[in-house]
Design a protein around this ligand. Structure first.
Ligand code: EPS
Length: 376
């Protein structure tokens, strides 16, 4: 059983969202304000809808912590929903193409798609961002840092080649669409405005970069220990994500080997270096010491103000799909969620490799391994 485990509970308009994390070492200082800042980042982004004006997501830590530090016990997190009205909401009988609505009602034998959409809603990701915030605390104790930013939104591509991790972080953080390229940002905003005026929605592609990652997280020896695969799964589990790529991504299938692989160069600061990072930080399912670079493609949200054709599940007649309050574009928010799920998978992989019932034990183990790697 892996050391770090977690699950989430809660409906979009239920009382609250809950997360339970087990396996955190004792002695991890948790700053609730820092977790709340992550939640606020998720709520931002040009193209968000009315719900984000209602909520000010804040976390309460209900267990596993004493005097600001974890004690090794399961940590329970709670975020209350201000828009708690699940029992007053009208039924949904006109499933939206692209949403979980139709398959969900058939599978769970429900007459009201609200029973499905309340849990399938991306509101659930609030809790994954809170859990990711906790995992970022753990990662910072060993010098690992994660950032997410938008590289494409609808038809617009950002130019960020040659930017450092820090530049990407600073520029994307002040951008309304979490994009580090100010020229592209303007066009992205225009594209969102166009989608909105047409009653339509827009998706995009976000990139997650992680730096300071030790060599050798994950393992080549078994399919379910390959960390790139676990990260891909975590990203695919974010609502509306339809594709994931690492490093050079699908382009690797179009080039010769000599144009793809990252040459190994003599040691600098005790560690071998690489001529490039087309592998996105992974070889053999293991981190190779280079920055992790992964991207995910998000489809346009499936609630359209100008709805598509559907069938009423009660009358069986052709209708237009349900129109609910929703966002025009939530890809900037998805980049924050991507950061969180990557942080969770990295924290799990760190604890799998280095163990540790306390933060002191964990950091000692990581430091001694890093020293050993330099002697190579
Ligand atoms: C979301 C909350 C939801 C939606 C959105 C994400 O709030 P409500 O449904 O009350 O407007 O804004 O969810 C969807 C787009 C979806 O299809 O479920 C959130 O907190 O991120």
């Amino acid at each position: 059983m892996p050391q770090l485990r977690y699950f989430t509970a809660g409906e979009s308009h239920g009382q609250c969202l809950i997360g339970v994390i087990e396996g955190l070492p004792a002695g991890l200082k948790l700053d609730t304000d820092a977790i709340n800042r992550e939640l606020a980042r998720r709520q931002k982004g040009y193209g968000r809808g009315g719900r984000m004006k209602i909520e000010t997501d804040t976390v309460e830590i209900l267990s596993g912590m004493r005097r600001g530090e974890t004690i090794g016990a399961p940590v329970t997190l709670m975020v209350k929903n201000r828009d708690f009205k699940i029992n007053e909401l009208p039924p949904v009988t006109k499933p939206r193409p692209g949403h979980a609505d139709l398959t969900g009602v058939i599978k769970y034998d429900r007459q009201d798609a609200r029973d499905i959409l309340e849990r399938s809603s991306a509101r659930e990701t609030t809790m994954r961002v809170a859990i990711g915030g906790v995992c970022k605390h753990l990662l910072s104790t060993i010098g690992v840092d994660v950032v997410g930013h938008i590289v494409e939104l609808g038809p617009v591509k950002a130019k960020v080649d040659g930017s450092s991790f820090q530049q990407i972080r600073e520029r994307s953080e002040i951008s309304e669409v979490r994009c580090a390229d100010a020229d592209a940002e303007k066009q992205m905003i225009e594209a969102i405005d166009e989608a909105k005026s047409n009653g339509d929605t827009l998706g995009g592609i976000f990139e997650i970069i992680a730096v300071g990652v030790p060599i050798g997280l994950g393992s080549h020896v078994q399919w379910d220990r390959k960390l790139d695969a676990n990260i891909a799964r975590a990203l695919m589990s974010i609502q509306a994500i339809k594709g994931v790529e690492t490093g050079m991504g699908f382009e690797v299938g179009r080039r010769f080997g000599s144009q793809v692989h990252d040459e190994i160069l003599p040691a600098q600061a005790g560690l071998f270096t690489r001529s490039s990072n087309n592998a996105g930080g992974f070889e053999g399912g293991m981190t190779n010491g280079q920055p992790i670079v992964v991207r995910a493609a998000m489809k346009p949200l499936s609630t359209l103000m100008k709805p598509m054709r559907s069938v009423d599940i009660t009358t069986k007649e052709e209708v237009k799909a349900t129109v609910e309050r929703s966002d025009v574009c939530a890809t900037p928010a998805a980049a924050v969620i991507g950061e969180a799920v990557v942080a969770i998978e990295l924290a799990a992989a760190v604890l799998e490799k280095f163990g540790g019932d306390s933060i002191r034990e964990l950091t000692r183990n990581v430091a001694s391994y890093r020293e050993a790697c330099k002697r190579w």
